[in-house]
Design a protein around this ligand. Structure first.
Ligand SMILES: C[S@@+](CC[C@H](N)C(=O)[O-])C[C@H]1O[C@@H](n2cnc3c(N)ncnc32)[C@H](O)[C@@H]1O
Length: 203
């Protein structure tokens, strides 16, 4: 396997070898600040945080910590980044020594009930196997009522193979999500076969 993508989803099948991927590749998804995750969708998150006066937020699937660091600098709120990969968290701590990161699986989301906002950035496609997303949403619905959920996800126009039974666009994701939509934003660049979305919900 020579591409980082092969450790994640291959031929429409979930592989999910995130730790092995981070051991082998320095910057999967080009997460570094000028990479493919356009700053606009992150800026929208900073806007939501200010608009709804959010003071604390946890990001699940924080990877190398670049998104959390960007948002923390823009908003100055208290943050924690969590990822399933030990290697990614070790690298995030090294790169951003003043910020907080820890290893955990999103299935343990209730370990962090004290946070005011729960942020998923480009992780949702990896939570569909064994209905993990359904289980996490159920826990959130039953235990985190009144808190905020911020969801950033890239959708693919036409060529998406994996996860189609769940949702293929933002409208379908919103229908699937059991929380109350507050605001949604779609960022679409001309001639690009994918588009980014940011949404905020009240749990
Ligand atoms: C595409 S990266 C997103 C990086 C970062 N959130 C961003 O937007 O720049 C997805 C991350 O989700 C993590 N991940 C996948 N499954 C997870 C799980 N069950 N619990 C926690 N993190 C998970 C992976 O290790 C990977 O770092």
């Amino acid at each position: 396997m020579n591409r980082y993508q092969d450790y994640v989803i291959r031929d429409g099948k979930f592989i999910g070898k995130f730790e092995e991927m981070y051991q082998k590749f320095d910057d999967p998804w080009h997460q570094s600040e000028d990479g493919i995750f356009n700053n606009l969708s992150r800026k929208v998150v900073s806007h939501f945080i200010r608009q709804y006066q959010i003071k604390t937020s946890i990001e699940f699937g924080c990877g190398l910590g670049n998104t959390m660091s960007f948002i923390q600098k823009e908003t100055n709120i208290e943050t924690l980044g969590v990822d399933i990969s030990e290697t990614s968290i070790r690298k995030a701590k090294k790169k951003y020594p003043k910020m907080s990161f820890e290893v955990n699986n999103i299935e343990n989301i209730l370990d962090y009930s004290q946070f005011q906002c729960f942020f998923f950035s480009e992780i949702t496609w990896y939570l569909l196997e064994d209905k993990l997303l359904d289980k996490v949403f159920e826990k959130m619905k039953n235990n985190l009522s009144g808190k905020f959920f911020i969801h950033n996800l890239t959708f693919y126009k036409g060529q998406q193979k994996y996860g189609r039974k769940y949702f293929t666009n933002l409208k379908e994701f919103i229908e699937f999500c059991p929380f109350k939509l507050l605001t949604k934003v779609e960022i679409e660049e001309n001639d690009c076969d994918a588009y980014q979305t940011s949404s905020i919900f009240l749990i």
